[in-house]
Design a protein around this ligand. Structure first.
Ligand SMILES: *Cc1c(COP(=O)(O)O)cnc(C)c1O
Length: 469
């Protein structure tokens, strides 16, 4: 039978929008943990690719029905695992629009509106995050690629200072770049070093102080050995486990004297600068050379939104720019995103950032940060008041750590078991981590939908699990 499907019919768009809105509205009432295992999901989805197409409406209906139970409730208000964040309706709407507009935000002439919206959103982001207005920026898929982009600029500059054009010559014969970071650095930093040909062995760990902040005196001693080596220092605006921020002012001073490059991993923590009452915790962060952060965590954008900012825009452009015979020059000074990005064809993700930033305003963003910090504090201290719970790290920023004490002394096993039992109970979701060699349950509050009632409901659920087990 010939395929009768009308692929230009837009019914599937309307139906799916309605279904997606219903799912979104029910996020906070769903079981937060996964219900369906791998085998079950394969049984639902895995089939031979059909010869004849299936009606789009049917495909989407099946998709929505069959993914039930295989989804994690990470968009909901009682999801406290990793650092994930929710999505604002304004950002989701803009994201839908981006898909339907099908603009290629590679060069200005491919979508002038997308290029201008991205340029404006980039300027707003620097403003909100307290970064130098003259810095260049890139909108990428996430913090991973923001590290890659910013460190490509660092590599460009450090080599140019030594008379090497790394874009032309590569790293053959170049002096080895060393990268200082604390043991609290994120794995995505290492992968960026691998992408850039610097290698994971370029990393040299620097001691942390008792608060989990990079120890500036140890760094200074390490830098002064082999002082001529090209050097990158990677600082954390927000330790993954404790929310501690590194001593930016002291490190940036050391780095400037020695012509080293300071990069900041501010995936979530850089957003502390958006709240006037929290800004002090990042004092001096604006003195760094580059910054990487996410829009899909604390700014509440859907995934596929990371941002890199670079003080030395010449090095940034030199690392990323390109030209081809079929490019058309931007008119009137427009910005070609491609010159700042590792991608070629790319999603017009600047439109999503623009919509969210404008709909929240400065105060809206500040209040998301403020509320998450306040609720993290309530949640961690509330957990600490339950019997058999020890607070390992009181809430700092939006992060905290607790563990569950075992009468027999095996606190690690009990902590893992209780964390798992809480997830299975279905009200709230927490992850486990190893911190200073011991197992802990990690608390991260990163969703604008989380309220005091969610904290209360979570504390009641944890109390029930503790009584039962
Ligand atoms: C999430 C995270 C990253 C990685 O960001 P992606 O957006 O997942 O690429 C890097 N560093 C820190 C501190 C993070 O929290």
């Amino acid at each position: 039978m010939p395929n009768e499907t009308n692929h230009t019919d837009t019914t599937v768009l309307r139906e799916t929008a309605d279904a997606a809105i219903r799912l979104y509205e029910n996020l906070d009432r769903r079981h937060v943990a996964v219900q369906a295992g791998y085998r079950e999901l394969c049984a639902r989805f895995d089939m031979p690719l059909p010869d004849e197409g299936v009606e789009p409406v049917e495909v989407l209906r099946d998709l929505i029905r069959d993914s039930e139970g295989g989804l994690v409730g990470s968009g909901g208000s009682r999801f406290f695992g990793w650092v994930i964040g929710g999505s604002l309706p304004s950002a989701i709407a803009a994201d839908w629009l981006v898909s339907t507009l099908e603009q290629n935000a590679a060069i200005y002439q491919c979508s002038p509106a997308a290029a201008v919206l991205e340029e404006v959103a980039g300027a707003w982001l620097k403003d909100v995050l307290g970064l130098p207005a003259s810095s260049s920026f890139a909108m990428v898929t996430g913090c991973q690629m923001a590290h890659f982009t910013a460190l490509a600029a660092a590599r460009q500059r450090l080599m140019a200072d030594r008379g090497i054009d790394v874009g032309r010559d590569g790293l053959y014969g170049a002096p080895r770049i060393r990268v200082f970071a604390g043991a609290h650095r994120h794995e995505s930093l290492i992968r960026a070093l691998r992408y850039l040909g610097l290698g994971s062995d370029a990393l040299e760990h620097v001691a942390l102080d008792g608060d989990g902040r990079l120890d500036a005196a140890s760094l200074e001693r390490a830098m002064d050995q082999d002082a001529d080596r090209p050097t990158v220092i990677c600082l954390m605006a927000g330790d993954l486990n404790t929310g501690a921020a590194d001593p930016f002012e002291a490190v940036c001073r050391l780095a400037r004297e020695r012509k080293a490059w300071v990069h900041v991993d501010g995936a979530f923590g850089l957003w502390m600068n958006a709240s006037p009452q929290h800004r002090a915790s990042l004092r001096g962060v604006e003195l760094a050379d580059s910054w990487a952060t996410d829009g899909h965590k604390w700014l509440q954008l859907p995934f596929d939104n990371g941002f890199a900012f670079v003080r030395d825009h010449e090095a940034h452009r030199a690392a990323m720019s390109m030209s081809a015979g079929y490019f058309i020059a931007a008119d009137g000074g427009g910005r070609d995103p491609m010159n700042w990005n590792p991608e070629w064809s790319r999603r017009a993700r600047g439109i999503v950032a623009y919509a969210a930033l404008r709909s929240l305003g400065r105060e809206g963003i500040a209040s998301i940060v403020r509320e998450a910090c306040r609720l993290a504090d309530r949640l961690v201290s509330g957990l600490g008041r339950l019997p058999g719970v020890e607070v390992l790290s009181a809430a700092r920023m939006n992060q905290g750590l607790v563990r569950f004490l075992d009468e027999g002394g095996d606190h690690d096993a009990r902590t893992d078991a209780v964390t798992e039992a809480i997830r299975a109970e279905g009200t709230a979701w927490f992850g486990a981590t190893t911190w200073n060699g011991i197992r802990a349950m990690r608390i991260s509050v990163c969703n604008f939908r989380t309220t005091d009632a969610d904290v209360d409901q979570t504390l009641e659920a944890v109390a029930r699990v503790l009584e039962r087990d």
